[in-house]
Design a protein around this ligand. Structure first.
Ligand code: XMP
Length: 506
């Protein structure tokens, strides 16, 4: 495997994903807190960083067991760090070097640039520049503005590059990472979904033995894939629980439950609608709604799980981005919304936790799901928040508002499917606004609800932009909602990006 040491760059996860795309396993760890280097580690990559090496509190990794001992690749900060600390000079550059550049000089002999073309485009993003290299450092690539764009340390398999190979705009970045990981580190490209399934199922069998395991299914991709993997490993010792919290999409509970049963999963469907609705009565504050929904889920789940005799493990569909302990430059990031819906569940239930997907990125979960023959219908589903329609009803939740919103949402989502737009959208939904507006229907004046349609493109939900859905489509959906859903007389379309807005309205 490849070890990636994180210095807090926004691109660190991307390095990990690029390496994984080469079917090579890698792990990301904070630069100041990484596991021991054993024989499984074939090479190390140092990430970029928002810090300057000249900052007083600049990250100082301990490379004593790495540098000169196994292949090492410094990217951006990683490159500057080694130059600065081993006798070179790093200074602020006159102009920030940012954006596209071309490698006008490449050392064709260098393994790092194998099969790469002269003048290949690379992406720069740095405020400092390596002015002078230490003595035994050799320049292996330059751009017009950046002489020391890449170097190798003589006598070591240590390489460093000033540009970012992981970003899309570095056209041959993947080739460079492949040269490093395969040719220089000697990694095999054998980390595929099938090999992941094989080793994970074997590990789960070993770990869980004859123990009973309980898993909460949500209808989402992660919990579904986790469920199928566990099912392959331990069969009937896995019990799944799927809770109807009264805040799901229209017919979602029934149809998802059916798909799960079709896949052979042992799943208990719990109708807890009334409990959630009762507890949410009169609550308008979004965070309070989230807390109540999270707490109710734990209560319902706990009661059901205790009906299973001798259950020892709680399985969760946690994925890698939730696990990576990223180096945070500004301290723990402020809680904008409390997204951890079921935090506290394991503690409360006194169960051991098993998380079969905690090494996978989202796209890998989908690939694994595909290799497990899970239907595209389930794998391709848009993300849906844990608190569901509870946070799409702005103001207090009532069963009647849930019904109205379910109807409108179904028209919108089914419309996206019919118009073949569903897969072009990352996430979509309808918000029921706490606003009434005047309308006319026939000769009557109406005073009814407004809904907002939201459809966004994103890769990870961190940033998002609204989708430019065709006007004809929006017209159809609007018409259909106003004509068919009693209680709604006005439809608007949300054209805000994140940031500064968010995807959900609460
Ligand atoms: P925002 O609204 O923060 O949403 O831009 C980003 C992504 O997170 C989802 N989301 C949630 N998911 N519990 C969840 O499980 C929540 O409380 C929650 N709030 C937002 C949102 O749907 C989007 O995919």
């Amino acid at each position: 495997k490849i070890l990636i040491l994180d210095f807090g760059s926004q691109y660190t996860q991307l390095i990990g994903r690029r390496v994984r795309e080469l079917n090579i396993y890698c792990e990301i760890h904070p630069y100041n807190h990484f596991p021991e280097i054993d024989e499984n580690v074939k090479g190390v990559i140092l990430s970029g960083s928002p810090f300057s090496v000249r900052d007083e509190n600049a990250p100082q990794p301990d490379l004593s067991n790495i540098k000169g001992k196994l292949p090492l690749l410094g990217v951006c900060y990683g490159a500057q760090y080694m130059a600065h600390n081993f006798g070179g000079e790093v200074l602020p550059s006159d102009s920030r070097e940012y954006g596209r550049a071309n490698l006008g000089f490449i050392d064709q002999e260098s393994k790092l640039f194998k099969n790469m073309t002269l003048n290949t485009q690379v992406w720069m993003s740095h405020g400092d520049t390596i002015e002078r290299l230490p003595e035994n450092y050799k320049i292996i690539a330059s751009t017009a503005d950046v002489k020391n764009a890449a170097y190798k340390i003589e006598g070591e398999t240590t390489y460093a590059i000033q540009f970012h190979p992981e970003v899309y705009h570095t056209t041959e970045g993947t080739q460079l990472l492949k040269n490093f990981a395969v040719d220089i580190c000697g990694c095999q490209q054998d980390w595929t979904p099938d090999s992941f399934i094989e080793t994970t199922v074997a590990q789960l069998k070993e770990k869980l033995g004859d123990d009973k395991v309980v898993l909460g299914l949500s209808g989402g991709v992660d919990s579904t894939v986790a469920g199928v993997l566990l099912h392959q490993a331990i069969g009937k010792n896995l019990t799944c629980i799927f809770v109807d919290n009264g805040l799901l999409r229209k017919n979602e509970f029934e149809s998802v439950l059916d798909s799960y049963k079709d896949m052979g999963l042992n799943v208990i469907g719990v109708d807890a609608k009334q409990k959630f609705w009762d507890d949410l009565k009169g609550i308008t504050e979004p965070e309070e709604k989230r807390k109540i929904i999270g707490r109710d889920f734990i209560e319902v789940f706990d009661v059901e799980a205790h009906k299973i005799k001798d259950v020892k493990w709680l399985a969760q569909g946690t994925i890698y981005p939730d696990v990576i302990e990223s180096v945070s430059v500004n301290g723990p990031s402020a809680t904008i919304k409390s997204h951890h819906n079921v935090g506290g569940l394991p503690e409360k239930m006194n169960l051991k936790v098993v998380e079969p997907l905690n090494l996978l990125f989202k796209d890998e979960v989908r690939r694994v799901g595909k290799a497990l023959n899970i239907k595209q219908e389930l794998l391709g589903r848009h993300p849906f928040p844990g608190p569901g329609l509870g946070i799409r009803i702005l103001s207090d939740v009532t069963p009647e508002k849930v019904r109205i919103l379910q109807e409108a949402d179904a028209i919108f989502i089914n419309g996206l499917r019919e118009w073949n737009l569903y897969d072009d959208v990352w996430q979509a939904g309808v918000m029921l606004l706490p606003v009434q507006s005047v309308g006319v229907m026939g000769d009557e004046r109406t005073y009814e609800n407004v809904v907002a349609l939201r459809a966004v493109m994103s890769t990870d939900g961190m940033t998002a932009d609204w989708v430019h859905l065709p006007y004809e489509f929006l017209a159809k959906v609007s018409n259909s909602i106003i004509n068919k859903v009693r209680g709604i007389n006005r439809v608007v379309y949300d054209i805000s990006s994140k940031p500064p807005a968010t995807i959900e309205w609460e």
